[in-house]
Write a protein that binds this ligand. Sequence first.
Ligand code: G6P
Length: 588
Amino acid sequence: MGGIFAFACRSPRDGSAILEGLRRLTYRGYDSVGVAFLDDKIEVKKAMGPADRNPGLFSFTSRVALGHTRYATRGWPTVENAHPILDCTGRVAVVMDGVIDNYEQLRSSLASRGHRLVTTTDTEVIPHLLEEGKGPGDLLSALRGTFSAAYVRSGDERVWFVQDGQPLVIGRGQDCLYLASDLPSLYGFADEAVIVPEGSYGYISASGELSVFSADGSPVQQLTSKRVKYEPGSLDKAGYPHYMLKEIYEIPEALERTTHSLMDKYLRLSGMILYGARRAFIIGNGTSLHAGMVSAYYFSSLGGMSIDVVSAAEFPYYALDSVGTGTVVLAVSQSGETSDVIRSVKMAKQRGAVIVGVTNVLGSRLALESNVYLPIGAGPELAVPATKTFTSTLVALMLLAAHVGLTAGRLSQAELNELYNDIRSFSRSLAEDMPAIDAAASKIAGELRDSRDAYVVSSGITYPVALEGALKLKEAAMLHAEGVQLGELRHGPMVLARGNYPIIVIKPREEAAEELYSRVMSELRAREAKVIEVSDSTQAALQAPRAPRPELYPIAAVAPLQLLAYRVGFERGLPIDSPPGLAKAITT
Ligand code: G6P
């Protein structure tokens, strides 16, 4: 995955334009950066880290240049795997944003036909297919996945592109045409931009030509244009005031990406490892721990297994004595760098445990320490309060639990396919519902602005979501909130439930919890507590979107809570993305 920025100009242009474009696309990933430009032949320069840290790469002038900033999903973050990637002859240079699902078959058939593949990426199949004389239309039919790609060829002053699910836009400046992954990156380069339609290909040329074709080769006649209107200061946040809000709005897209990012064979392998485990633990900290707690319900309902969930900080004291050969530790960490997780993983490995890592960062220490790792592929998350990585981790763990069920014979392949379909259709409906959820959260945020404390209450699969909602209120809104199990509310915490004390109740999805829920709700009403209900009922103060199956309900329920925490923090004028004294990952 990553960001693409290219130009094709009538007269030679300074490479600093690519640097600026990629800098604005850094939010799409920054494991490595690279650029190709046309001289007598194609010149390629690559380096590790973001564009900002590698300005030297862009000291060139050329009429045609193509840059990329990478978020590693297939293939480690290394200089070799950085884009652009060349074919065997060095005459084609390709960059890509997205994933190609069938790349392994393509890589082996290309290798058997004598191609030299020097990276471990999925992108590399493209330059070699082009080398064999395939055209951009052939790429649309040969490649399965969600991606957009762009390439330059030596002796051809055009930037070619293929769009199959990842965004691309084209802007026309005075002397140049620009191709980019998003509209804001074109600010100052072009006033208007054409949206490249999905399932199309085309080129921009140094002579000022722009052509777009449908997959069947017919020219696309009507192209939609949009104004490029963002202020430079807000570019990296794509117009959102904070990364946290942007990342919440990215949840639906990230869920979809998670389903593509997780490869079937690694899910199967991890599923088999867990199924064969004598004892299994899930470890993580903070939000990742909460995701692990939700997944214990998945492992029970989908996988038919029970699994212990322990804070990675507590694992050495709680569980280490019972760890040995036959133990599997499922380690969950967004950053893959959290020291408690790494320490516990190392200790468990020393005692013979097998480690299955679940992380958003491919080259992280957790990925390196794991026997098998599952990349959640949610895209870079920059706000300290984790949001889209929580929901993507839930999907990753849900799919893993389903693969345990598949191995155990509890679930058929058809049922697994149905789960994938449900996740994808749910993410589409969540995208539509997001503005309405945000509006409701904003309204309630006004009521909570002056509150000092709150409870977030639930039971069953949404009990860990209550813990996560309380964590978000602490991190983003600096509001002291406590996650409480619904039944436990009556064993002490209820003492505070009066007057204006806010109690956010996520209605449990489990039928067995209904009676308890009604009893607690009437007790709360009798005490005239300030109850804020989260459920998919139209009566709820914070209405969650409808989840097509119980496993997706935690995702439906957490989105309103994340937005509420964000909106309270916003009302209070807090530094939401980097709360005082916190860090995205505690690495020491
Ligand atoms: C820090 C962050 C939390 C995060 C936790 C675990 O404490 O402030 O927001 O949930 O680390 O991070 P990880 O990268 O391991 O998921």
